[in-house]
Design a protein around this ligand. Structure first.
Ligand code: DQA
Length: 148
């Protein structure tokens, strides 16, 4: 079972970027923790980060047929990335949305997610642990439901 883990713009800067908000871990460290968790769950994860919306769309289109679900932190595209939203819908895969920070207690514009209405659920404000929890929940749900 393959799960896509997708990170949007600026998340390559984790570990340097606003550490009091996003935490100390680098994206490489978070991806390594997810790969470790995936191994424990006996699933594969394909991780991808881009600062470009079109590259995220390309990645989803290329992998949708071979994957069973998506964990995504869309970064700022959460709030306005309509082509990313369309690609997620077209993938027909279950999506869990993750945010390191709590988007509901920051600037007002961050509180609106255009992705949330098409996601199975959202984890916001739990730091890197939110990604691991999202992977666990997604895999648990998929294992309980054998077909796509
Ligand atoms: C973020 C929240 C977004 O508002 C922001 O633009 C990000 C990161 C988060 O993980 O908390 O880039 O998605």
């Amino acid at each position: 079972m393959k799960i896509l883990v997708i990170h949007g713009p600026n998340l390559n800067m984790l570990g340097k970027r606003e550490k009091s908000i996003y935490g100390e871990k680098t994206l490489q460290e978070i991806d390594a923790l997810l790969k470790k968790e995936a191994k424990a769950l006996s699933v594969d994860v394909a991780t991808f980060q881009s600062n470009h919306e079109g590259a995220l769309v390309d990645f989803i289109q290329e992998h949708a047929d071979s994957a069973r679900g998506i964990v995504i932190n869309p970064g700022a595209l959460t709030h306005y990335g309509f082509s990313l939203l369309d690609a997620l819908v077209d993938s027909k895969l279950p999506v869990i949305e993750v945010h390191l920070s709590n988007i509901y207690r920051r600037e007002e514009w961050r509180a609106k997610s255009i992705i949330a209405p098409v996601a199975q659920g959202q984890i916001s404000g739990l730091g890197w642990r939110g990604y691991v929890a999202a992977l666990q929940v997604l895999v648990s749900k998929l294992k309980a439901k054998p077909s796509r």
